[in-house]
Design a protein around this ligand. Sequence first.
Ligand SMILES: [Zn+2]
Ligand SMILES: [Zn+2]
Length: 424
Amino acid sequence: MIRKEKILLGLSLAAVLTLVYQWGLSDGKQGSGFDLIEEAIAAEGPGRSSPVSARKRDFYAPNSEDLAPDEMRLIACGTGMPTARPKQAASCWLLELGNGDKFIFDAGTGSAERISALQIPYNYLDKVFLSHLHTDHFGDLDALFVGGALSGRQKPLRVWGPSGDTPERGTKYALDHLYKALTWDLDGRKGITDPRGYVPFEVTEFDYKGVNQVIYQENGVTIRTIPAIHALDGPVSFILEWNGLKFVFGGDTYPNKWYAEYAKDADLAIHECFITVPGLIEKFKFTPQGALDVGTQVHTSPEAFGKMMSIVKPRMAIAYHFFNDWDTAPDINQRIRSTYDGPLALSTDYMVWNVTKDSIRVRMAAVDEDVWPPQPSEEPLVPDPSLKVPFSDFIANGKYDMKDVIQPVYDEVNKEYDLNVKQP
Ligand SMILES: [Zn+2]
Ligand SMILES: [Zn+2]
């Protein structure tokens, strides 16, 4: 039998992309579809170039590349600030490993939309690690939770987060109450959708004072935490190790001794790098006093970020938590470069890092704004209408009679799927 990818050799990139989408090639566990585009490009051969055929690309197209068994891929799904803006959601990082595992670090405001653009079946997006409980680090957890359950996450959402200095400042308290805040939303979905993803968050709250403490160990992946110094007691950073690769995600912090010690020699070291103090005053309209405090004491200034990276010496340093624009990036870069001269990425949303022991490739993802959720990885359950919470008589009696125009829709679907669903 001729394998379908062979048929595609020599087709144009657009045609290949169209076929990839039509066939819905998606395997969240392996983080890959067939490597159609690479094969099509390879068919062009070295040194050849044609105006009508695909050439090597410099962007990452979600759901189009295999991840090698020894490779990790990091995608920035939020690099910005608490203040919403279209270009940058707030802190969120998706890490995919060659063993099929996927981890979300932070779920800041606006980030669920970025995650959706990656076309990963939601069953594989069930592990979230929160650095702290500022909304720019967990403000889209509700969107990921409800939207994911609606579109193929058929299991609980697992969340790891730090304790606080009081129970009310811990992750468990925050998520128990977030779940309660969703009472109306969740009750209204009963009997209408597959219920398995809407069960309460599975929260693992760990000691925020733990130093290099193991909080996760599954499938060859170990995740440890170290404390951070930011706003109140509670924030942490994460260190993930797998297959000889080390990934560090730093939450908000004043530069701290634990990061200096335990992030050493990371392959990728993410650390916050805040807007410059003059930038806070001029563009964010902070008072000079407020800008000095927020820009150097509550957060890490670019100069301090650079000093930290000179100590840690990662294979690549990744800076985030600033509005990354043409008029802010040069100054931030210059200030970092006054204290650090190693490999550096000033991150923005949809930046992608492919990491193996031999190489680190940095690109931008080119995403489809018209994206739909991918095929669920398992069959959905048929909803049980007896679980529906009924309307009051007052509201139910307000229904205008539309049965005559709705019945043909029932007829159409019953015929197509060989069913006998009755209109209520
Ligand atoms: Zn914060
Ligand atoms: Zn923050």
